[in-house]
Design a protein around this ligand. Structure first.
Ligand SMILES: [Ca+2]
Ligand SMILES: [Ca+2]
Length: 85
């Protein structure tokens, strides 16, 4: 057994201990390019270039409800809920 195998095992354990449902949201994972569980503004901006009248910075700030500069899984889930209604 090598260190890489041990590392992936501990990551898998950490992931299953956390909020597995939100962490596996494919839309969230698509935006969280460095897989740290948070979507930073630079990650968001890379996938959402300015186009037309939509300002991605305003959308990002809207989703980042606690204004810490990152979209976490709970904020992302809340945003998806709002879009459904
Ligand atoms: Ca990230
Ligand atoms: Ca936030």
């Amino acid at each position: 057994m090598n260190t890489i195998t041990l590392f992936s095992l501990s990551v898998a354990l950490l992931l299953s201990a956390g909020n597995a449902a939100a962490a596996t949201d494919p839309d969230f994972k698509r935006l969280d390019t460095n897989n740290d569980g948070l979507i930073s503004w630079s990650e968001y901006a890379a996938k959402n270039p300015v186009s037309g009248r939509l300002n991605p910075r305003r959308i990002f700030d809207n989703v980042d409800t606690n204004r810490d500069g990152y979209i976490d899984t709970a904020e992302f889930a809340a945003m998806k809920q709002r879009r459904k209604h």
